[in-house]
Design a protein around this ligand. Structure first.
Ligand SMILES: Cc1ncc(COP(=O)(O)O)c(C=O)c1O
Length: 385
């Protein structure tokens, strides 16, 4: 069984924010170091071998996320992946076209779409998700209600960042496909967290981080594009691309894989991480972490003024639990107090006017961490509200 000591996390911090940047275990960092050392022993040879190494790594990842290796490329992070998608549709769409999204998207990605849309005169429509977040069926209708005959693209998070809600991406991708609308999914929180099968999801573009819930080194993410769209989805950096084919996997991979000299060790570490996950019985790790997230929700909800963010039991299926705090909570002060006075790292922020606390659970989390959080939240709210 994995322990807290398998990670480098500081002993004096109660770390309940795996969701923002992940946390990488020692074993995986050691593997990354082996790749960096192999590179530095003979850099020229290493980069000659890189296409084959990357191809093999892509094959492992593709098998894990239910995709074909030629439809997927490594990128540094999903912010980059979303930018690639926004850039592609910025070129494909015309003024007056519409993109539908939600008001629970990650700020940087929302900003990227917005900038491309403003430049091209495309209307960027944010479906408003009410609090408490309604059940899946209602969510589908709330988002789909914003679709008009001018809608060309749907952009959705698989699991939202500010609110830890699993959006009904499967249902909406299927509906969009039958309406001839393209879909772009920000799956930043999905790999290693919820089951993924990209070949059957019916999305058109899917980008996600391995460095969050799969615990791989920072800078390991991927971009998957459905075959008929690949020729329109180009990297943001023009490099040698398909002028000098490197991999056996075709145009899309050649255009994206080599974008100048960069550290590819995070990508090459992924097959080791997948093996490590299997060796540590990942389904059990996920099950235990989900139980801890559900426990966090349960104990936080016993505190006066703390309410459920969702009308449905999302915590039962995710490793993140989010609750709303009393309206008058000063979220900046509370976050600082939790960190400075109780050594608790957890998300406390205001989103769409609601004070929200988001607690993550992973292999390094214990019941004692959650109890310490609940005690501290209770103390803070009792003394300030
Ligand atoms: C939903 C979502 N999208 C995108 C990102 C951005 O991830 P990265 O900084 O690795 O690009 C995050 C990070 O927390 C996220 O939660």
């Amino acid at each position: 069984m994995l322990q807290r000591s398998d990670f480098l996390l500081r002993e004096d911090i109660i770390f309940l924010n795996h969701g923002s940047f992940g946390a990488c275990p020692r074993a995986i960092l050691d593997e990354q170091r082996r790749w960096v050392e192999r590179l530095e022993r003979q850099p020229v040879l290493f980069f000659r071998e890189a296409p084959a190494l990357l191809q093999s790594s892509r094959e492992s990842l593709a098998a894990y996320v239910g995709a074909q290796p030629q439809d997927l490329v490594y990128v540094t992070n999903s912010t980059y992946g979303v930018n690639v998608a926004a850039h592609a549709f910025g070129d494909l769409l015309v003024a007056g076209d519409e993109i539908v999204t939600t008001d629970h998207e990650y700020g940087a990605c929302d900003r990227a779409w917005h900038q491309y849309c403003v430049k091209k005169g495309i209307k960027y429509v944010r479906a408003e998700i009410p609090f408490p977040v309604p059940p899946i069926h209602d969510l589908v209708e709330i988002i789909w209600n914003r679709v008009t005959p001018k809608t060309k693209v749907l952009f959705l998070s698989h699991i939202t960042s500010p609110t830890a809600v699993r959006l009904p991406v499967e249902e909406l991708c299927a509906r969009a496909k039958s309406a001839g609308i393209r879909t772009v999914v920000d799956g930043s929180h999905a790999p290693g967290h919820i089951p993924l099968h990209l070949s059957t999801l019916q999305a058109d573009i899917y980008t996600a981080n391995c460095h969050k819930w799969m615990c791989t080194p920072k800078g390991s993410a991927f971009l998957w594009v459905t075959p008929d769209l690949q020729e329109h989805v180009l990297p943001l950096i023009v490099s040698w691309g398909s002028d000098i084919p490197t991999a056996d996997d075709g145009f899309f991979v050649d255009e994206h894989e080599y974008v100048g000299t960069r550290d590819i060790s995070p990508f090459l570490t992924v097959p080791f991480a997948l093996k490590w996950m299997a060796e540590h019985h990942w389904a059990e790790v996920q099950h235990d972490a989900r139980a801890l997230a559900a426990y966090a929700s349960e104990v936080l909800l016993t505190i006066g003024g703390v309410e459920s963010l969702c009308a449905i039991g999302q915590d039962a299926i995710l490793q993140m639990a989010a609750v709303t705090l009393p309206d008058s909570t000063d979220t900046v002060d509370m976050k600082d107090w939790l960190y400075n006075k109780r050594s608790i790292e957890v998300v406390v922020h205001r989103w769409l006017g609601k004070p929200i606390l988001r607690c993550s659970a992973h292999a390094h989390t214990s019941r004692a961490d959650i109890d310490a959080l609940a005690m501290a939240v209770n103390e803070y709210l009792r003394n300030t509200i």
